[in-house]
Design a protein around this ligand. Structure first.
Ligand code: ADP
Length: 698
């Protein structure tokens, strides 16, 4: 029977219907309720037998639906409705955004057979469909059917459109409400995960909690966490749940391979309801473990804006919902900072353990005190060294067992407040036994955020003993050798003078004895000068001396050694007479030392030149050779005591004292000494001396 639509009652009935519908819908917020109410109202007013509503998201994808057939609400299978949307009447309406009337389903191409009702013999004969539009936004489509052909008319179509217009707003509101509820659920899930994950700093526990959260949220069969290994940049399975976790732990996947590799490379998450349909899925892992992955969601783990790994959830109990990616990505971000913090904590803990080990195993005693010197910690060696136990030391102040150099550390240790370390020599008064010579190195340190002082004490008693021995030996050489040597020299001089001139061989022997003895005398004088100059003594015996004659005497002293080695020795005296006010013997020895070195460290046939030139108020004396040269890395330290160059030192024996003496002697006269040298080309040692005043003034 046709609906009683008449011209006169039309408007009134329509208005009434719209009023009813808007009243009915005003109280429904839940999308499901809205949909079924709209359908029931429509069927009742238009008198259809079946109806369906499909709700679309903003991308035109079906997100929900309701079907009423034979007066019963059926489970809306949104997926199944996809076909209707692609090829059926509803699809046509969605595409054209206008209502449509199919008076005979058998003759209208827009109608797909067996659309809603399984194609029973009494299937739809006619149908009417209208888009649900809110302004220009399409939120769904409603379709009503009737078994009779030509049952629906153009008036029905208008009526359905009127209902659809009302329903659209209610559907949109319900959809928005549902979305915001879902978002709220996501936020709650994330907040719960955050609370749980961040409640610990233990790395392993953090990883386990992350997995636990994901398992719970998705009811997933297996969850894994992979981290990028810094060296290889491979993704390595660090933690996993599920039956195959033992097999996959430690396995690696290169970035770019498989779904997790893709996620790490692209930096975006992915949900696959059926992995077999996606060619990014890497089946080898399943083959190796015998696991069967069906659905999968994966998201990157980010820390400080960098991707450090991937999370994946496999085979959820119910298919992944729309918000699965949002949740997993959220947990990925949480996981990143939690892992980062836990790793940092591990590093700090490891560094502290290492520090403690170093502290305990240090060969030197170490004390940690507060800023006032009260002992807080001491290592094993510290206990042994002082002879006090840790507990008694902890009642003491650092100044109670060694003499603090207050000048170095400042009153109340105020010089130690900054970062500069302070060192001084001192003595330790141990619990028992004699005083021990020590070197103290103290500096400010921060331990667990607190200001502390770290005292490193070095036992230098052996070193001191050796120094003393050397000093004793030196003074023995100076005092006990010098006067007998002078006697030997004067006696040899006398003998030489007494020999008849024709006795050549004897005088040669005496000359050799004289030269050798003079060398020993020069060496002992230089050692004595070195010790005095080091102790800060001034050079006393400074007289105006003719530099030209000093140069001649020095050359003469070395000439024999140079000749013996086939080395050409040249002295280029300056044209003018140069006067310097110096300790003549000392400066002569400096020149001899430099020339002897040049001869010693140059191969046969080389040449050595002594020259001098005036430069301003100074004279510069240079000894140049064509020998081996001195490596650049040795040039700085060559003037230090007991230092010998790595190259060339093998050519001749030496103590490494000569140049140290030259430097002290030259500087003691207000001059400088320096070296220019190139390997295999030769070396030039130059020293400067101030000119005697009268000459400098000229
Ligand atoms: P010694 O000659 O007793 O070793 P020196 O202090 O005089 O001590 O010299 C230090 C080192 O410098 C020498 O061992 C040698 O290696 C290097 N050296 C000095 N003079 C020369 C030189 N003219 N050519 C090359 N090496 C030199």
């Amino acid at each position: 029977m046709k609906p009683p639509i008449t011209e006169s009652s039309d408007t009134l009935a329509n208005l009434r219907l719209i009023f009813d519908i808007s009243r009915e819908l005003a109280t429904a917020f839940d999308l499901r309720t809205v949909l079924t109410r709209v359908l029931f109202l429509s069927l009742r007013n238009v008198q259809g037998s079946s109806g369906a509503i499909i709700v679309l998201d903003d991308n035109g994808r079906p997100v929900d639906s309701a079907i009423i057939h034979g007066g019963n609400v059926q489970d809306g299978n949104t997926q199944r409705l996809q076909a209707t949307l692609e090829g059926g009447l509803a699809g046509w309406v969605v595409r054209n955004r206008v209502a449509a009337l199919v008076t005979d389903t058998a003759e209208d191409e827009r109608w797909i057979k067996r659309q809603y009702d399984g194609g029973s013999p009494g299937g739809p004969g006619s149908s009417v469909s209208a888009p649900l539009l809110v302004r220009d936004r399409l939120v769904g489509v409603i379709t009503l059917t009737h078994p009779e052909k030509r049952f629906f008319t153009i008036e029905h179509q208008a009526l359905v459109q009127a209902i659809a217009d009302q329903a659209a707003i209610a559907v949109l509101n319900a959809r928005l409400l549902e979305e915001s509820q879902r978002r709220a659920n996501v936020m709650t899930a994330l907040a719960e995960s955050a609370a749980s994950i961040n409640a610990t700093l233990d790395s392993e526990e953090v990883l386990n909690r992350i997995l636990e959260q994901i398992s719970q949220v998705f009811q997933a069969e297996a969850v894994s966490l992979l981290l990028i290994e810094p060296g290889t940049q491979d993704l390595v399975f660090q933690a996993a749940t599920g039956s195959k976790r033992h097999e996959i732990l430690g396995q690696r996947i290169p970035i770019g391979q498989g779904v997790v590799g893709w996620v790490a490379e692209q930096g975006e998450g992915l949900v696959l309801q059926d992995v077999q349909k996606d060619n990014r899925f890497y089946a080898e892992m399943d083959k190796a473990t015998g696991y069967k992955t069906k659905a999968l969601a994966a998201a990157p783990i980010r820390a400080k804006g960098k991707i450090i790994g991937v999370l994946e959830a496999l085979n959820p109990a119910v298919p992944f919902q729309n918000d699965a990616l949002l949740v997993l990505e959220g947990i990925g971000n949480l996981a990143g900072s939690a892992i980062d913090h836990a790793q940092l904590f591990d590093q700090v803990a490891a560094a502290r353990a290492r520090y403690l080990e170093l502290f305990e195993d240090s060969f030197d005693p170490i004390f940690i005190t507060d800023q006032d010197g009260k002992i807080l910690e001491v290592n094993r060696r510290g206990e042994e060294f002082t002879g006090f136990s840790e507990s008694s030391l902890q009642k003491m102040n650092i100044y109670q067992f060694h003499k603090v150099d207050w000048q170095a550390v400042g009153k109340e240790f105020e010089a130690l407040r900054g970062d500069a370390p302070v060192s001084y020599e001192s003595h330790l008064h141990p619990g028992e036994g004699e005083e021990v010579a020590i070197e103290v190195h103290v500096r400010h340190v921060t331990i667990d955020g607190l200001d502390r002082l770290q005292w490193l004490i070095r036992d230098v008693s052996e070193q001191k003993k050796l120094e003393k021995l050397r000093e004793d030996l030196m003074s023995m050489i100076y005092h006990d050798l010098r006067s007998p040597l002078s006697n030997v020299i004067s006696s040899l001089d006398l003998i030489a003078a007494m020999l008849p001139p024709e006795d050549g061989s004897l005088s040669t022997l005496i000359e050799i004895a004289l030269r050798s003895t003079e060398r020993v005398q020069r060496l002992s004088s230089s050692l004595l000068d070195t010790a005095r100059l080091e102790a800060g003594q001034k050079i006393g015996n400074q007289q105006p001396v003719n530099l030209n004659s000093l140069m001649a005497e020095a050359t003469e002293a070395v000439s024999h050694a140079a000749e013996a080695k086939g080395i050409g020795l040249t002295a280029r005296a300056p044209k003018q007479e140069i006067t310097v006010k110096v300790d003549a013997d000392m400066i002569r020895r400096v020149m001899i030392n430099l020339m002897e070195n040049a001869v010693k460290y140059s191969p046969e046939g080389a040449s050595v030149t002594l020259s001098a030139r005036v430069k301003g108020k100074q004279v510069q004396v240079a000894v140049a050779d064509t020998g081996k040269g001195i490596p650049p890395e040795d040039q700085e330290r060559i003037f230090e005591k007991y230092t010998r160059a790595r190259i060339g030192a093998g050519m001749a024996k030496g103590l490494g004292l000569g140049l140290a003496f030259c430097k002290l002697a030259v500087e003691g006269h207000g001059g400088k000494i320096w070296l220019e040298s190139e390997l295999d080309k030769g070396s030039t040692f130059t020293f400067s001396l101030p000119l005697a005043e009268a000459q400098a003034a000229e």
